[in-house]
Design a protein around this ligand. Structure first.
Ligand code: AMP
Ligand code: MG
Length: 534
């Protein structure tokens, strides 16, 4: 390890200092020929990274793990996780490290994390490395999500290591530096709960509250309410997140509990993809044979994961809270006797809650209230925005659902159609109608929509502008992402990656000459398959 580097970062190691037992100190490998392939200068600036005084080789060495950052305490975090519904008691950062925890220019605490930086105490049989393809994919996808206003981890840099790593064939090694509000996962709670270490679960919950939900610092309230409210807040932020995925047509692909953060940011871009032609059961991942994480199963999958989080908190929540929740949700009267038992049994099955404790009712009610109801509201609000509605009517859900049904039946491009609806508002229905092979049913839907718009106060120009601000024209279309990756993998040509980055940096603003970035792939006959990238 070389001398420490003066990074300019305001390092503050709260995880290392406050959560002993939650990690193993860990350093990255020194890359044989670290070269900076991508660098996110605005993000670096916001983090306070002193790029004026750091040479490119210094940055490349630092952002691949080969140099110590002054003041930092790099470490690998331990966690567990339910992977495709099956519990793995021991996972953890197997190919990544928390390089530095910093306070950014706005005073916000953020993790700078490396992915592909070498083996750690949690690598199991893996080599701790990553190849350039999946790393570029993550860079493209997460920065696109940021521009699409979806909570997400960010990409700071890609460094190619100059090393060949062994996969189905030798591939160029690379390291991603990603930035997150934190890397506390549902699986982090599960690791300690599974070992019966309630004191550690409490420590983690208190830390998470302080870091992400400081409004909950619970003062005079009974302590157990605080943990219940933590669960509620996480449910709410996941409801906000997953509703955005669903509004945009994003399929995460591997929503295991170790890939779900407490802070509500999208994390771990592996086999993810955007839907092209609308299909509610869209599934891209090569390893998801049952379709557990298909497009329309994402809300229930999130709820299932949140039930796992809730279970870890039950010993902290206690029976006192159960009564409070029942009162708060006013279910005691309307919800008694046999019906209540039936509901609870159904919820238990749905959420895979196998205990029969009174606290389960608390858990089920909290999840339904904080995730399910919020999710439905957020999704519908998002759909109203996409349809140019600024007010709400009871029939709006049916209007949205009917459109989706038509799109599914005729395999209509999801992003393309919503974008084209603003043109309809501007009096140009052709581009939208042309997306349907049998336009009659769509034209009937357009008439219903026009009626509905009559009862919304916006002018057509305001409405079209509002729609174009939420319906992107440019998304990371699967074929474009693949082209960018292939050029990098096969020829170390990063031109297509850089061009795609520039296009996606303004997803809502149509620009001349970029038509090919706004269109569906010419050939959509073969199913697009994504891989985990391990
Ligand atoms: P993921 O599917 O990417 O969320 O990873 C699941 C688990 O496998 C995590 O604990 C990772 O750290 C670990 N893992 C994935 N790839 C590797 C690798 N190449 N070497 C070591 N551990 C890995
Ligand atoms: Mg993961």
């Amino acid at each position: 390890m070389s001398d420490e580097i003066d990074s300019g970062l305001n390092v503050d190691n709260s995880y290392a200092e406050q959560l002993t037992g939650f990690y193993t100190p860990s350093q990255g490998d020194r890359a044989p020929a670290a070269t900076l392939i991508a660098f996110n200068q605005p993000l670096a600036n916001s983090l306070g990274l002193d790029t004026d005084n750091l040479s490119e080789p210094q940055l490349a060495a630092m952002l691949s793990g080969g140099t110590d950052i002054k003041g930092a305490a790099p470490l690998a975090q331990v966690y567990a996780g339910h992977q495709f519904g099956i519990f793995s008691p021991q996972l953890g950062d197997g190919r990544s490290i928390l390089l530095a925890e910093v306070l950014d220019n706005g005073g916000q605490r953020r993790d700078i994390h490396l992915k592909g930086s070498g083996r750690t105490a949690y690598s199991r049989a893996g080599d701790g490395k990553a190849s350039i393809g999946p790393i570029l994919r993550e860079y493209i996808l997460c920065e696109a999500m940021q521009q699409l206003n979806v909570p997400t981890t960010r990409a700071l840099s890609v460094v190619s290591t100059g090393e060949k790593i062994k996969r189905h064939k030798p591939l160029a090694g690379a390291v991603l530096a990603r930035v997150a509000s934190s890397h506390i996962r549902v699986g982090t709670f599960e690791y300690f709960a599974d070992r019966g270490q309630t004191d550690k679960v409490k420590l983690l919950a208190d830390y998470a509250i302080k870091r992400h939900f400081p409004q909950l610092i619970c003062g005079s309230e009974a302590e157990h309410h605080c943990y219940l409210r933590l669960l509620s807040e996480v449910c709410k932020s996941q409801a906000a997140l997953v509703s955005k995925w669903m509004n945009l047509g994003f399929v995460h692909g591997v929503m295991n509990t170790d890939n779900m953060t407490i802070c509500g940011e999208t994390i771990d871009y592996g086999p993810c993809a955007f839907i092209d032609s609308y299909n509610p059961t869209a599934l891209f991942s090569s390893i998801d044979s049952q379709g557990r994480y298909r497009f329309n199963n994402q809300p229930p999958a999130a709820l299932w994961n949140l039930a796992r989080l809730g279970e870890t908190l039950l010993p902290l929540i206690g029976t006192g809270a159960a009564q409070a929740v029942e009162q708060a949700f006013s279910v005691s009267n309307s919800f008694d006797g046999k019906y209540r038992q039936q509901w609870l049994d159904r919820m238990r099955r749905k959420l895979a809650i196998y205990n029969e404790e009174p606290e389960d009712l608390t858990l089920a009610l909290t999840l339904m209230n904080s995730f399910q109801l919020n999710y439905q509201k957020f999704w519908l609000d998002g759909m109203r925005g996409k349809l140019g509605l600024s007010n709400a009517e009871a029939e709006d859900k049916k209007l949205a659902d009917d459109l989706l049904e038509l799109m599914a039946a005729q395999k209509v491009d999801y992003t393309g159609l919503f974008r084209a609806l603003a043109k309809v508002v501007a009096g140009i229905p052709g581009p939208a109608v042309d997306l349907f092979t049998h336009p009659n049913a769509f034209e009937q839907w357009l008439a219903r929509w026009a009626d509905r718009l009559e009862r919304d106060p916006q002018t057509p120009a305001t409405r079209a502008a509002a729609m174009n601000a939420v319906n992107p024209i440019y998304i990371p279309r699967n074929h474009l992402v693949e082209q960018a990756i292939k050029a990098a993998e096969d020829h170390a040509d990063y031109g297509p990656f850089e061009k795609l980055q520039r296009v996606l940096s303004q997803p809502f603003i149509e620009r001349e000459g970029l038509e090919q970035y706004a269109s569906a792939a010419a050939d959509t006959s073969t199913r697009y398959t994504t891989y985990c990238g391990t």
